[in-house]
Design a protein around this ligand. Structure first.
Ligand SMILES: [Zn+2]
Ligand SMILES: [Zn+2]
Length: 298
């Protein structure tokens, strides 16, 4: 199997030989900060010819059941997942959990806790905006977000909707970016605990977009903690980055995953279809899950 990179319309896309099956294993809906419903997302996935999709909303698995149904109706393989915001050595690390048992008690309790932290952070951002005489109400943000996992983009969109900022970019530049006056540090779960949480819910733990978090040096330590895979293909992994992370994955015996990180229209245009993970890597992920389940049952 040979992998080659091509760049179309500024977005990296991965194309390979093989049997032409592709997966996108990093997708968001309006259950976190995306704009698509699970059904719309599945429809888009079908439109760009995906054979498999994983839903990885931030700190929630709420959209998984609807997405599973939508995928089943069109013969698309579905993986229930979530993207956990964690921290390690003072650095932010995003961990993708795949094949999660969405009814797992500890997972549900912890996700609920992470969601409460997110909601408190929104309230604090709004409080700081109010101190700057920006008359935004937390209720407007929660109404717009309409989900249990609200985030900064929702605050930005509420500022635009209320006419308090001209654009999302302006909202981030003036108030919400790291270091700006309404920015509030995230309270994050320890990456080690996040990996353990994913594992005890039957899932595989994958480090998301390592380049975005400049987290290369964390990889060996996360591997010791049981990290299963590395997101080598991602919209923001351009140039030689996929090859670089493929080499790291090989060195540490990690699974190779990839996805577009599509948020619908919440951050520009929909990215789905821009990154297509060749089916062979998806097959390896499924095989690893089967092996793990067998080892667990033994
Ligand atoms: Zn992320
Ligand atoms: Zn994401």
């Amino acid at each position: 199997m040979s992998a080659s990179m091509s760049t179309a319309a500024g977005a990296p896309s991965v194309s390979t030989g093989g049997d032409g099956r592709f997966a996108d294993l990093h997708l968001h809906t309006f259950f976190s900060d995306g704009t698509f419903s699970p059904e719309e997302l599945e429809e888009r996935g079908k439109g760009v010819g995906l054979a498999a999709m994983a839903l990885t909303d931030h700190d929630t698995v709420e959209g998984c059941e609807r997405m599973a149904q939508a995928c089943a109706a069109h013969g698309i393989e579905f993986v229930a997942g979530s993207e956990l915001t964690a921290e390690f050595d003072g650095k932010e690390v995003h961990l993708l959990g795949y094949f999660l048992d969405t009814a797992n008690e500890m997972l549900c309790a912890e996700l609920k806790r992470f969601q409460a932290v997110r909601q408190a952070r929104i309230e604090e951002m709004v409080r700081r905006l109010n101190l700057l005489n920006i008359p935004l109400e937390a209720e407007s943000v929660f109404r717009l977000a309409n989900c249990r996992s609200p985030g900064r983009p929702h605050v930005g969109r509420a500022l635009v909707q209320e006419g308090l900022c001209g654009s999302l970019d302006e909202a981030f530049d003036r108030f919400l970016k790291k270091g700006r006056p309404a920015w509030v540090p995230k309270c994050k779960v320890d990456a080690m605990d996040a990996i353990t949480l994913i594992h005890q819910a039957g899932g595989l733990a994958v480090m998301a977009h390592p380049a975005l978090n400049q987290g290369d040096e964390l990889i060996p330590q996360l591997v010791r903690q049981g990290l299963d895979g590395l997101e080598c293909f991602h919209t923001r992994n351009v140039g030689h980055m996929p090859e670089h992370y493929m080499r790291l994955a090989a060195r540490y015996n990690l699974l190779v995953t990839g996805g577009s990180d599509c948020h619908g229209y919440s951050k520009g245009k929909p990215l789905i279809g821009g990154v297509k993970l060749p089916g062979v890597y998806f097959d390896k992920l499924k095989e690893a899950r089967r092996q793990k389940a067998r080892a667990g049952a033994a």
